[in-house]
Design a protein around this ligand. Structure first.
Ligand code: GRF
Length: 205
Protein backbone atom coordinates (compact mmCIF):
# COMPACT_ATOMS: atom_id res chain seq x y z
CA UNK A 1 0.00 0.00 0.00
CA UNK A 2 1.21 3.49 -0.90
CA UNK A 3 1.19 6.15 1.84
CA UNK A 4 -0.06 9.50 0.58
CA UNK A 5 0.98 12.96 1.75
CA UNK A 6 -0.63 16.10 0.38
CA UNK A 7 1.11 19.46 0.64
CA UNK A 8 -1.08 22.58 0.60
CA UNK A 9 -0.88 26.32 1.23
CA UNK A 10 -4.49 27.48 1.00
CA UNK A 11 -7.97 26.53 -0.13
CA UNK A 12 -7.29 22.82 -0.52
CA UNK A 13 -9.97 21.98 -3.06
CA UNK A 14 -7.72 19.59 -5.02
CA UNK A 15 -6.70 17.95 -1.74
CA UNK A 16 -10.40 17.55 -0.90
CA UNK A 17 -11.14 16.03 -4.31
CA UNK A 18 -8.30 13.53 -3.88
CA UNK A 19 -9.25 12.56 -0.32
CA UNK A 20 -12.93 12.13 -1.18
CA UNK A 21 -12.10 10.09 -4.25
CA UNK A 22 -9.73 7.84 -2.30
CA UNK A 23 -12.58 7.06 0.09
CA UNK A 24 -15.38 6.76 -2.44
CA UNK A 25 -13.52 4.79 -5.09
CA UNK A 26 -11.57 2.61 -2.70
CA UNK A 27 -8.24 3.68 -4.20
CA UNK A 28 -5.51 1.46 -2.71
CA UNK A 29 -3.61 4.30 -1.04
CA UNK A 30 -3.54 5.46 2.58
CA UNK A 31 -3.96 9.22 3.18
CA UNK A 32 -1.24 9.54 5.82
CA UNK A 33 -0.91 13.28 6.35
CA UNK A 34 -1.73 16.74 4.99
CA UNK A 35 1.04 19.28 5.50
CA UNK A 36 0.54 23.03 5.17
CA UNK A 37 3.22 25.71 5.14
CA UNK A 38 0.61 28.18 6.39
CA UNK A 39 -1.25 27.87 9.68
CA UNK A 40 -4.35 29.64 8.32
CA UNK A 41 -4.77 27.45 5.21
CA UNK A 42 -8.48 26.64 4.77
CA UNK A 43 -7.61 23.15 3.64
CA UNK A 44 -6.39 22.15 7.11
CA UNK A 45 -9.95 22.09 8.52
CA UNK A 46 -11.23 20.22 5.49
CA UNK A 47 -8.57 17.52 5.91
CA UNK A 48 -9.35 17.17 9.62
CA UNK A 49 -13.08 16.86 8.89
CA UNK A 50 -12.24 14.07 6.47
CA UNK A 51 -10.31 12.32 9.23
CA UNK A 52 -6.79 12.96 7.94
CA UNK A 53 -3.95 14.03 10.24
CA UNK A 54 -2.55 17.50 9.59
CA UNK A 55 0.74 19.25 10.33
CA UNK A 56 1.83 22.85 9.85
CA UNK A 57 5.43 23.73 9.04
CA UNK A 58 5.31 27.52 8.97
CA UNK A 59 7.47 28.94 6.17
CA UNK A 60 6.92 32.63 6.87
CA UNK A 61 10.03 34.58 5.82
CA UNK A 62 11.71 31.58 4.17
CA UNK A 63 11.84 32.52 0.51
CA UNK A 64 12.81 30.33 -2.44
CA UNK A 65 13.94 26.72 -2.47
CA UNK A 66 15.41 25.86 0.90
CA UNK A 67 16.69 22.38 1.82
CA UNK A 68 16.80 23.22 5.54
CA UNK A 69 13.07 23.94 5.41
CA UNK A 70 12.39 20.90 3.22
CA UNK A 71 14.25 18.66 5.69
CA UNK A 72 11.50 19.50 8.17
CA UNK A 73 8.98 18.20 5.64
CA UNK A 74 11.02 15.00 5.23
CA UNK A 75 11.04 14.53 9.02
CA UNK A 76 7.24 14.88 9.20
CA UNK A 77 6.80 12.57 6.21
CA UNK A 78 8.95 9.94 7.95
CA UNK A 79 6.85 10.32 11.10
CA UNK A 80 3.83 9.25 9.00
CA UNK A 81 5.80 6.59 7.13
CA UNK A 82 5.76 8.40 3.79
CA UNK A 83 9.12 7.36 2.35
CA UNK A 84 10.87 7.18 -1.04
CA UNK A 85 10.00 3.45 -1.03
CA UNK A 86 6.29 3.55 -0.25
CA UNK A 87 5.20 7.17 -0.53
CA UNK A 88 3.45 9.57 -2.89
CA UNK A 89 3.71 13.32 -2.27
CA UNK A 90 0.99 15.37 -3.98
CA UNK A 91 1.45 19.12 -4.26
CA UNK A 92 -1.98 20.73 -4.27
CA UNK A 93 -1.66 24.48 -4.38
CA UNK A 94 1.60 24.29 -2.37
CA UNK A 95 3.09 27.73 -3.00
CA UNK A 96 6.75 26.92 -2.38
CA UNK A 97 9.50 25.80 -4.72
CA UNK A 98 10.93 22.52 -3.45
CA UNK A 99 14.71 22.16 -3.24
CA UNK A 100 16.58 19.87 -5.68
CA UNK A 101 17.61 17.75 -2.66
CA UNK A 102 13.96 17.10 -1.72
CA UNK A 103 13.02 16.37 -5.32
CA UNK A 104 15.91 13.90 -5.72
CA UNK A 105 15.00 12.25 -2.41
CA UNK A 106 11.46 11.52 -3.64
CA UNK A 107 12.36 11.09 -7.30
CA UNK A 108 9.37 9.96 -9.36
CA UNK A 109 7.09 10.18 -6.34
CA UNK A 110 6.05 13.83 -6.33
CA UNK A 111 3.07 15.04 -8.38
CA UNK A 112 1.73 18.52 -9.02
CA UNK A 113 -1.38 19.99 -10.64
CA UNK A 114 -0.96 23.02 -12.86
CA UNK A 115 -3.87 25.11 -14.24
CA UNK A 116 -2.74 25.14 -17.89
CA UNK A 117 -1.83 22.70 -20.64
CA UNK A 118 1.93 22.51 -20.05
CA UNK A 119 4.36 23.49 -21.44
CA UNK A 120 2.14 26.54 -22.08
CA UNK A 121 1.82 29.07 -19.30
CA UNK A 122 4.05 27.67 -16.53
CA UNK A 123 4.52 29.56 -13.28
CA UNK A 124 1.95 31.82 -11.64
CA UNK A 125 -1.34 33.25 -12.96
CA UNK A 126 -1.61 30.71 -15.79
CA UNK A 127 -5.30 31.40 -16.36
CA UNK A 128 -4.63 35.14 -16.77
CA UNK A 129 -1.70 34.34 -19.09
CA UNK A 130 -4.02 32.17 -21.21
CA UNK A 131 -6.64 34.92 -21.56
CA UNK A 132 -4.04 37.58 -22.32
CA UNK A 133 -2.38 35.38 -24.95
CA UNK A 134 -5.74 34.76 -26.59
CA UNK A 135 -5.69 30.96 -26.72
CA UNK A 136 -8.99 29.24 -27.56
CA UNK A 137 -8.28 26.29 -25.29
CA UNK A 138 -6.46 25.99 -21.99
CA UNK A 139 -6.85 23.40 -19.25
CA UNK A 140 -4.85 21.63 -16.61
CA UNK A 141 -1.97 19.20 -16.26
CA UNK A 142 -0.96 16.63 -13.64
CA UNK A 143 2.77 16.03 -13.87
CA UNK A 144 5.64 14.55 -11.93
CA UNK A 145 7.84 17.16 -10.32
CA UNK A 146 11.42 17.50 -11.47
CA UNK A 147 13.98 20.16 -10.67
CA UNK A 148 12.45 22.78 -13.01
CA UNK A 149 9.28 24.81 -12.50
CA UNK A 150 6.31 22.90 -14.00
CA UNK A 151 8.62 20.93 -16.31
CA UNK A 152 8.34 17.29 -15.17
CA UNK A 153 6.84 14.38 -17.18
CA UNK A 154 3.15 14.88 -17.94
CA UNK A 155 0.75 12.30 -16.50
CA UNK A 156 -2.74 13.57 -17.46
CA UNK A 157 -4.15 16.67 -19.11
CA UNK A 158 -7.67 18.02 -19.66
CA UNK A 159 -8.62 20.76 -22.11
CA UNK A 160 -11.08 23.55 -21.38
CA UNK A 161 -12.51 25.95 -23.99
CA UNK A 162 -11.75 29.62 -23.45
CA UNK A 163 -14.80 31.77 -24.20
CA UNK A 164 -14.62 35.35 -25.47
CA UNK A 165 -16.51 36.47 -22.37
CA UNK A 166 -14.19 34.67 -19.92
CA UNK A 167 -12.58 36.52 -17.04
CA UNK A 168 -9.64 35.13 -15.09
CA UNK A 169 -12.15 34.05 -12.42
CA UNK A 170 -14.60 32.29 -14.74
CA UNK A 171 -11.85 30.45 -16.63
CA UNK A 172 -10.14 29.46 -13.36
CA UNK A 173 -13.41 28.02 -12.05
CA UNK A 174 -13.97 25.92 -15.18
CA UNK A 175 -10.38 24.68 -15.18
CA UNK A 176 -10.65 23.85 -11.46
CA UNK A 177 -13.61 21.59 -12.22
CA UNK A 178 -11.33 19.55 -14.50
CA UNK A 179 -8.46 19.62 -11.98
CA UNK A 180 -10.75 17.90 -9.49
CA UNK A 181 -11.31 15.11 -12.01
CA UNK A 182 -7.82 14.44 -13.32
CA UNK A 183 -5.82 14.74 -10.08
CA UNK A 184 -7.69 11.92 -8.29
CA UNK A 185 -7.42 9.87 -11.51
CA UNK A 186 -3.63 10.31 -11.58
CA UNK A 187 -3.37 9.33 -7.91
CA UNK A 188 -5.40 6.21 -8.64
CA UNK A 189 -3.15 5.27 -11.57
CA UNK A 190 -0.07 5.72 -9.37
CA UNK A 191 -1.59 3.68 -6.54
CA UNK A 192 -2.34 0.89 -8.99
CA UNK A 193 1.27 0.94 -10.19
CA UNK A 194 0.16 1.84 -13.73
CA UNK A 195 2.45 4.82 -14.41
CA UNK A 196 5.98 4.28 -15.67
CA UNK A 197 8.35 7.16 -16.35
CA UNK A 198 10.35 6.81 -19.55
CA UNK A 199 12.57 9.84 -20.06
CA UNK A 200 10.32 12.85 -20.55
CA UNK A 201 7.27 10.68 -21.05
CA UNK A 202 5.01 8.69 -18.83
CA UNK A 203 3.58 5.40 -20.04
CA UNK A 204 0.22 4.49 -18.58
CA UNK A 205 -0.76 0.83 -18.72
C1 GRF B 1 -5.08 25.18 -8.37
O1 GRF B 1 -5.55 26.01 -9.39
C2 GRF B 1 -3.86 24.41 -8.84
O2 GRF B 1 -3.90 24.11 -10.19
C3 GRF B 1 -2.75 25.38 -8.55
O3 GRF B 1 -3.11 26.01 -7.34
C4 GRF B 1 -4.53 25.97 -7.19
C5 GRF B 1 -4.79 25.30 -5.88
O4 GRF B 1 -6.15 25.30 -5.54
N1 GRF B 1 -1.48 24.68 -8.48
P1 GRF B 1 -6.67 24.42 -4.32
O5 GRF B 1 -5.89 24.87 -3.09
O6 GRF B 1 -6.43 22.98 -4.66
O7 GRF B 1 -8.12 24.75 -4.20
Amino acid sequence: MINLAILISGRGSNMEAILKSVKKNKIPIKPAVVISNKSDAKGINIAQKLGVRTEVIESHGIMGANWDYDKKIVTILEKYDVTPKNGLVCLAGFMRILSPEFIRHFKGRIMNIHPAILPSFPGLHSQRQAIEYGVKYSGCTVHFVDEGVDTGPVILQAAVKVNASDTEESLSARILGQEHKIYPKAVKLFAQGRIKISGRRTVIS
